[in-house]
Structures are given as C-alpha cells and as structure tokens.
Unconditional design. Structure first.
Length: 579
C-alpha cells in the first residue's frame, strides 16, 4: 500500500488540522507495527476465536494491509453464515471472492502460527487499527486542503467528525463503593487458607524438593473434595498442565497417590484432566520486539489451553512449571506481571484459582531455610503479582516444611512439617523421636486446656498468626504454658490439632460487627482434655483481647466451668476485686 505524501503547508484549514494530526501521530505505532497488529487480530480469529468477530466494531476496509482486511471480512462472512472459519475455510472463501492474490494461503498460515496473540488483547488491537485508519484519513484531508483550499469548509467538517470519533482507552475505572453490601467480604478458598479463589498462588522450591508431587497430590484431593495435608479442599474440576514431567511419570505418581489416600479412581479420572506438553510446546508466554520495544504476548499454546479449560469447565489450573511456561527473563518485572495476570484470566469467568509451580536456584533454596529470607528467584514481581505464596523447603532427606510466605486475602498459615511416606505421598509428620513426640503431645494437651479455659472466659485465641492475640501472646503469660515452646512450634501444634479434628476455626463478630476467627475445641478436643462442652461467656470486644483490655461497657466475666487452674485463678481474682 502506498503511503500518502506529507502535505505541504497551505490554507487556513490545514493550519488548524495539522496540530491535531501531529498529536494523533505521536500516539500511533509505525506502519510496520500496525501491520503486525493487524496480522495478530486475524491470527487470533483463525485460532479458534472466530466468533469474537461478531462483537468487533471493525471492517476490512479499515486495515492498512488490504490482504489482512480481506481475510477479516472473509472470517466475518463465514461466521455470519454459521460456518467454520479456520485457515482452509478462509482461503477457500477468498478464492471465491477472487482475493487470494491479496492474501495467499502462506499469509494466513503465518498469521495463525506466528501472530496469534491472546484473545483479551483483541479489543486493544482493534482500537489501534481504527486509530490508524482515522489518522490516514486525516492525512488525506490535509493533502486535499493543500490541493484545493476552496473546499476547506467541507474538509474541516470531515476532520472534526473524525477527531470526534477518537476516544482514548480508559486509564483507570471508578469503583462503586457499595459499603452496605458485605457479600464480597468472605473469601472463597479451594485449598483452605492457601489457595484463594480468583487469584494466582505461587509454590516455589528447589528442584527435586517435591513441588510436582505435592501439586499432583493436591489436584487429586481437590478432584474428590478430600482434605490435603490436613486442610480442607473444595470439590473442583482440576486441570494439571505438565510442562516438565512426561505423561508416564504423571500416571505412576497419580496411581500411588490415589491408592495411598484411598481416593475414588473413577471420580479422579472424571474431574481431573492432565495435559502433557513436556515434549511439545509448553510455552504460554513469551516476548517479542517490535520497533525496538519489547512486548509480552501469550502464545498459541495459551490460546489452545484457554479453549480446553472453557470446554471442560476447569475451575482450578495447576501449571508445572514457570521455567517452562514463561519464555522470558525472570527479572523483567513488567513481563512477569503480565504473565501472572494472563494466568489469572484462564479461570476468571468461573472465579477459579491457579497454582503456579516455580523453581528457585540453589542459593535461594539454601538461604530460604532461614525464615525471613526471600524464597523466590528473579524479580520482586513474582512475589508482588500473586496473592498467595508458598515455599517448600527440604531440611533433610524426606523431611520437608511448607511455609506460607504471603497472603493478601487472609491470614498466613503456620508452617507445616511434612515427610514422604513409603509410597511417595506427602503427609504431616511428628518430629524428634519418641521423647519429643511425648513432649509435643503434652504441650498440645496443655495448650488446648489453656485455650479452652480462656475461651470459656470470653478471651479468644485468634487463628491469624499475625494478630496481636495469637496463641503464644494470649496464653504465654499463664504459669501452665510450656515455656520451651516457640511461637512457630505452637502454631504447628494447633495446625496439627486442627488436622486431627481437635480444634476448629470459628467465625464471630466483635461489638463493631467486624468479622474475626478464633480457635474453638471440638467435641473430640474436649474429650481429649477431659472437659465438658461449655459456651463462651461475655466475649471481649476484640478478637482474642484479654478481659482487662475489653472496652468499658462490655467487660469479660469469668465462668464457673471446667475446674482448671486458670478458671479458678480468674474467679479468685474477681472475688479479690470485689472485696
């Protein structure tokens, strides 16, 4: 296509129109980049998204490349007729129209193979094509003004109409503040406390630490709705995208997991889908340089994966792993952020969740064994872009720890101490031999007794380990509290007790109607400490706030139940205060 020459100054109308043309040109890509964008749009339509053409406010006449414009119109005609619109069908349609010379089969194949950008970029690409078309028409108006100043009035009206059509894409959106509607307050979890719905969760660890095995174990448990490592899961349709391990190894691992955990094979096979891309093309996101600028784009594999997910209604997607699916430099923050956001779009329409497995280098894995050290490699965008992040660290052969390093939508969970059993299945472990095991059981019994005493007095132990009123802080001053127990040890004991059904998380609201969570003993837990069920008395005004910190007008009162030392001490203190 011949580019119109730049008009020479001339006529009062051109003086007014030229600044507007320069302003528009400053925001437009080059003609080469614009042609590539047009190829990208046609590529997306040819790769399974042809139905989207019905919602696009665009025609082939607005394309800079007439061949791609003809292909676009052919796709629209085929879809309108209820026909398939793949490469072959579009080529045949162009032959019938006599336009195959403008867009030969090789051009269609190139667009489908090399320019299939992600579907959610269609709207943005279409706007760029329309802007380019408007700009070319404005330049043509400038040339016409220079050639015939007498027609300035009509040309200026055309220019005003064109400029009025230009609408910049929004840079931000105003949020509707529906503060009286609390329906969004409760976060849904596919894996309780660890994998939030609607977001991407990152699981990092050194190679060989067991990320793939744990991901498969979680996938199988979630497919049947069974707890995984003591944490509840929501029954879901799961897709496991294996970019590293071949199908044979995945099958062997899944068989062992299902047999060891007694999972229903039929249900797992129905609700869990596994895709093997290990020896094919596993890259979901890559980069491309256009006019010296690096752009991140999703690949044809991503587009096909999105179609597969939509076809099977997958709610949870596990990607194993980032080093195979992300074909770019892990320190490029903008591209990492784009990659994570694109993963979230895979299940967004079903409010699903994505678990992304990622390797860390040896130095990170070694340093990560010390708490407080970054446990991910590359840009901080890997940490900042996900809403929940887990780190699997191997302390010794078969002895592991799962740490919850970040959570933006709920409390971080205490670390889980894990081990591999003889069937290569991960399970929660007790550590330290028989003496340490007996000590742990005694410590747990003491902690449960104290938690129940405080609960009965209306002083609650918060489940959030970041709360001012977590177990170690609320119970720590009691003489019966095991002084040798570190806070992380106490958190682990409580997590183990929850997995054994001795305690549970109980929701409640304070006097300001703010929601909180507290630990409460179950019937089994009460039996384990020899106590009878009791209800909390005069709850304090904050989650876990001790009685003497309750706000005036809503004091906590001791109860005469249980017969443990803490209750008796509280009663004696109350009597002394009265006297």
């Amino acid at each position: 296509m011949t580019t119109p020459e730049k008009a020479t100054p001339g006529g009062s109308g051109q003086a007014d129109a030229e600044p507007q043309q320069k302003k528009a040109a400053a925001t437009l890509p080059s003609e080469q980049a614009l042609v590539e964008i047009e190829h990208a749009v046609v590529g997306v339509l040819l790769c399974g998204a042809a139905q989207a053409v019905q919602s696009l406010d665009l025609t082939g006449g607005q394309f800079l490349d007439p061949g791609m414009g003809a292909a676009f119109d052919a796709v629209r005609a085929l879809v309108a007729a209820g026909k398939n619109a793949d490469v072959v069908a579009v080529h045949l349609e162009l032959m019938q129209r006599g336009q195959q010379a403008a867009c030969p089969l090789s051009s269609l194949n190139e667009a489908a193979m090399n320019w299939s950008s992600r579907p959610d970029m269609l709207a943005q690409h279409v706007e760029r094509i329309k802007e380019g078309h408007r700009h070319r028409r404005l330049r043509a108006i400038g040339i016409a003004l220079a050639a015939n100043p007498a027609s300035a009035e009509q040309h200026l009206r055309d220019a005003e109409r064109l400029l009025g059509e230009v609408e910049a894409p929004p840079l931000f959106r105003e949020v509707a503040l529906n503060l009286d509607d609390d329906s969004e307050d409760d976060q849904r979890w596919y894996w309780q406390g660890y994998m939030p719905a609607g977001h991407v969760t990152l699981l990092t660890g050194h190679g060989g630490s067991g990320k793939s095995l744990s991901g498969l174990q979680l996938a199988a448990c979630m497919a049947v709705g069974e707890p995984c490592l003591g944490r509840d899961t929501v029954p879901a349709r799961v897709l496991y995208f294996s970019a590293e391990d071949p199908a044979s190894l995945v099958r062997v691992r899944l068989r062992r997991i299902c047999r060891r955990l007694c999972l229903d094979h039929a249900v797992v096979m129905e609700r869990l889908k596994v895709l093997d891309a290990s020896d094919l093309e596993p890259v979901l996101f890559t980069e491309r340089r256009i006019e010296g600028v690096t752009h991140g784009v999703t690949t044809a594999t991503f587009t096909e994966l999105q179609r597969y997910i939509d076809k099977h209604g997958s709610e949870v997607v596990i990607v194993d792993n980032a080093s195979d699916a992300f074909d770019s430099d892990e320190i490029k923050r903008a591209l990492v952020r784009q990659f994570v956001r694109s993963l979230a779009t895979l299940v967004r329409k079903r409010d699903g969740a994505v678990l992304l497995l990622a390797h860390v280098d040896k130095s990170t894995a070694r340093a990560g064994k010390s708490t407080g050290t970054d446990s991910y490699s590359g840009s901080t965008a890997w940490n900042n872009s996900v809403r929940s992040r887990l780190f699997l660290v191997e302390h010794s052969a078969g002895e592991l720890e799962l740490r919850h390093e970040k959570c933006n939508v709920g409390p971080k969970q205490p670390p889980l101490l894990l081990r591999w059993d003889t069937n290569d299945v991960m399970c929660v472990r007790a550590v330290g031999g028989m003496v340490a095991l007996i000590q742990e059981r005694n410590d747990l019994k003491t902690i449960l007794r104290l938690a129940h005493e405080f609960y009965s007095r209306g002083v609650f132990v918060a489940t959030d380990t970041r709360s001012r009123y977590h177990a170690a802080k609320v119970l720590g001053d009691d003489p019966a509290y095991p002084k040798s127990a570190k806070p992380n040890d106490v958190f682990r004991l409580l997590t183990d007790a929850e997995a054994r059904g001795l305690i549970k998380k109980e929701a409640y609201r304070d006097h300001n109607r703010k929601p909180h969570e507290r630990w409460a003993l179950t019937t089994d837990g009460l039996e384990s400490i020899g106590a009878a069920p009791s209800a909390p008395c005069a709850p304090s005004t904050e989650d876990g706030a001790p009685s003497h910190m309750a706000q005036q007008g809503a004091p906590s009162a001791p109860c005469s139940a249980g017969g443990y030392g803490g209750i008796e001490r509280a009663q004696n203190t109350a009597q002394e205060g009265k006297s």
